[in-house]
Design a protein around this ligand. Structure first.
Ligand SMILES: Cc1ncc(COP(=O)(O)O)c(C=O)c1O
Length: 341
């Protein structure tokens, strides 16, 4: 089976498992796990932040950050397709008592002028605008990389208007490899960042959130409240170290494979695909004609390829380290064949 549903489906390699088995560990709730501490320092350093915290998942990372930035009744300004709005189980209002003000962006990006328009006046009957949240790369937009100049403008706007700026950087690694912009350059524009080890980097679990020392101290408290204080978790942090050492620079291969897949399927008149959107490892394609996306996914699965369905006409395929270029090309040809049948 060629599994292109997500870059989360990767399995830890033998070498990654060995690194996990060899990890030095301690009780992380006491702050005594040396492998976790080293990973936190490492990721904080990469992102140019004072401190960082290992968390169970990207969802936990986003939700802790939003909670620390806000009080109940506050509002988050974000792009309408943000992951934390659609795919995190409605956690934001439940865990933080806050709501979203959404803006439809272009290729996942919103502009400072749109944020200005969405900002609430300081009147008692309005919710308080507290946070702006961006997502880079933007999953629903198709793995697009947010333009640096637009992020810089929003960052400046947020500073002037006392808004916190959060980044869902689940795939910030991909954005950095694709754009050549360093993680630190991105990191310094945000008050908080959540970055995942379990997507393109191939670790079995774990994300890291980064911010100021004060922010992370509060995030540690919220993580504990949510039941996310884990003990000898250096086992997972070791997988994170291994993933950064070994799997970061190879993300360019995933990006090249995604482009190849996209270009092959774009040759069909029955598919609508914006090749300019294929900037990293995600391909979003819309089907024309009578077949629904769910029927098409089933047909593909019968031929040994798994892709996912975004809505009744829209499909998503994601490349990752457990699929080779040959497999991706084979999957694209199966896709074309199934369309023509
Ligand atoms: C952009 C983005 N943010 C956050 C998450 C949540 O990560 P997790 O599945 O680890 O909770 C995902 C998961 O795919 C994602 O794509």
């Amino acid at each position: 089976m060629i599994d292109l549903r997500s870059d989360t489906v990767t399995r830890p390699s033998a070498a990654m498992r060995q690194a996990m088995a060899n990890a030095e560990v301690g009780d992380d709730v006491y702050g005594e796990d040396p492998t976790v501490n080293a990973l936190q320092e490492r990721v904080a350093g990469l992102l140019g932040k004072e401190d960082a915290l290992f968390v169970a998942s990207g969802t936990m990372g986003n939700q802790i950050c939003l909670r620390v930035h806000t009080s109940p009744g506050d509002e988050v300004i974000c792009e309408a397709g943000s992951h934390f709005l659609h795919f995190e189980g409605g956690a934001m209002p439940v865990l933080s008592g806050i709501q979203a003000r959404t803006i439809v962006g272009h290729r996942g990006m919103i502009e400072a002028e749109q944020v200005r328009t969405a900002l609430r006046a300081n009147t008692y009957y309005f919710p308080r605008s507290k946070v702006v949240a961006l997502e880079n790369t933007h999953n629903l937009a198709g793995g697009t990389v947010l333009p640096l100049a637009s992020i810089q403008e929003i960052s400046g706007f947020c500073q002037k208007n006392r808004l916190a700026l959060h980044l869902d950087g689940a795939r910030l690694w991909n954005a950095s490899i694709a754009s050549g912009v360093s993680l630190e350059t991105y990191g310094q524009l945000f008050d908080s960042i959540s970055i995942c080890l379990s997507k393109g980097l191939g670790a079995p679990a774990g994300s890291v959130i980064a911010g100021s020392r004060e922010f992370i101290a509060e995030a540690r408290r919220v993580r504990k409240q949510l039941g996310g204080g884990m003990r000898q978790i250096g086992l997972l942090a070791a997988a994170g170290h291994y993933a950064i050492d070994t799997n970061l620079s190879r993300l360019a291969e995933d990006h090249a494979n995604a482009r190849e897949f996209a270009e092959i399927i774009a040759s069909s008149p029955d598919v609508e695909i914006d090749l300019e959107n294929v900037q990293t490892n995600i391909i979003i394609a819309r089907l024309h004609g009578d077949i629904s996306a769910s029927q098409f996914c089933q047909k593909m699965q019968q031929k040994g390829v798994r892709i996912s369905m975004m809505d009744e006409q829209t499909l998503r395929a994601v490349t990752h380290l457990d699929v080779s270029r040959e497999q991706v090309v084979e999957a694209a040809h199966i896709f074309l064949n199934q369309l023509s049948q």
